[in-house]
Write a protein that binds this ligand. Sequence first.
Ligand code: UT7
Length: 324
Amino acid sequence: MTEIYSRIAGVGSCLPDKVLTNAAMEAIVETTDQWIRERTGITQRHIVADGQYTSDLGAEAARRALEHAGLSAADVDLIIVATATPDLTFPATATIVQEKLGVKRGCAFDVQAVCSGFLYAMATADNFIRCGQATTALVIGAETFSRILDWTDRTTCVLFGDGAGAVVMTAEPGSREDHKGVIRTHLRSDGAFCDMLYGDGGPSRTKTVGLLRMQGNQVFRHAVSKIAGSMSELAEMAGVAIADIDWFVPHQANQRILLGVANRLDIPHERVISTVAQHGNTSAASIPLAFDVAVRDGRIKRGDLGLMEAMGGGFTWGAALARY
Ligand code: UT7
C-alpha cells in the first residue's frame, strides 16, 4: 500500500479591521501600556465588529489559504475548525464555514482544545489524510475571544485578541521517514488543571456562555516546562535535532513564555516567529496567523522545517513538526 503524508499546500489568515491599542486599553481598565508591554510583549490586538463572527474570520482565512494553495472549495473534503468561541453552541462552526465557502462534500466539525486547538486540529486532519479518509483538508483556527472577556478584569482582558488562520493540507504519496509535510504531532492534556483557565459558563452547567477566567501566573508557571517537554519528546520521536529547526512558530500567549521556551531549548531568537505584539493572544488562531505572516513576508520558505507549540485551558498542550 502506498503511504500518504499531509503536505501543507497553502496558508491564509484574517484579522478584523478594528485595532485596540494598549493606550486605548488604559481607558477601559486600570492598566498601563508599559505594564502590558513589559509583562506580555503585546502592544495592540484586533477586535471584531458588531455582526462579525468566528465563522466569518475562519471562512476568509480559509479562502486566502485555498487561493495560496491554488485550490478551490470544490477540492475540499474535510474542514476542521479549532475554536473555543463558536458562533453558536451548535452546529459546529466548521459547518457554517463549509456553507460560507460553498463546500458540498466531505465533512466538517470543530475541535475544542482552546489555545492548543490548532495543533489538535492539525493532528486530526493529518490522521484523516494518512489513513485515506480525506484528500484536501482545511484546518482553521478562528476565535472571537473579545466576546468572552470580562472587560472589567485587567488581569485577562488586556491579553487576548480576535483573528483566524488556516492551512490547506493535501494528501501526497510519501512516507513519514521522508520528513515532508506534517512530520509528527505530539498532544497532551491533564484535566487536573481545569480550574486554572476556563470559561465560567456553558450550556449544561449554567445555560450561559460564561466569561474567561484565568490564574495567569499559575498558567505561566506550568507553560514553559510543559511546552518545552513536549517539543523535546516530539523532536526525539521524529529523530530531529532542535538545532535543525529553521523556524519556531509558537502559540502567541506571551513574549516571555515563547522566549522562555526558546531559551530552554537553545533556539536562537532570530528563528522565533512572534506576532504577539500585533495580535495579542488569539488562542487557536495564533499559530496559523503567525505562520501565515512569516510565509508571506518571506521568512518561512518551501522546504523549511518548522516546530509549533501551544498550551491552553484543560490544560491541553502539544507540539507539531512540519516541513513547509
Ligand atoms: O494562551 C493560554 C495560556 N495563557 C497564558 O499562557 C497566559 C499565562 N500567563 C501570563 O502570561 C502572565 O501570568 C500574565 C501576563 C497574565 C500576568 O503576568 P505576571 O507577571 O504573571 O503577573 P501577576 O499575575 O503575578 O501580577 C503581577 C501584578 C499584580 O499586582 P500585585 O498583586 O503584585 O500588586 C497584578 O494585580 O500585576 C498586576 N496586574 C496588572 N497591572 C496592570 C495584573 N494585570 C495587570 C494589568 N495592568 N493589566
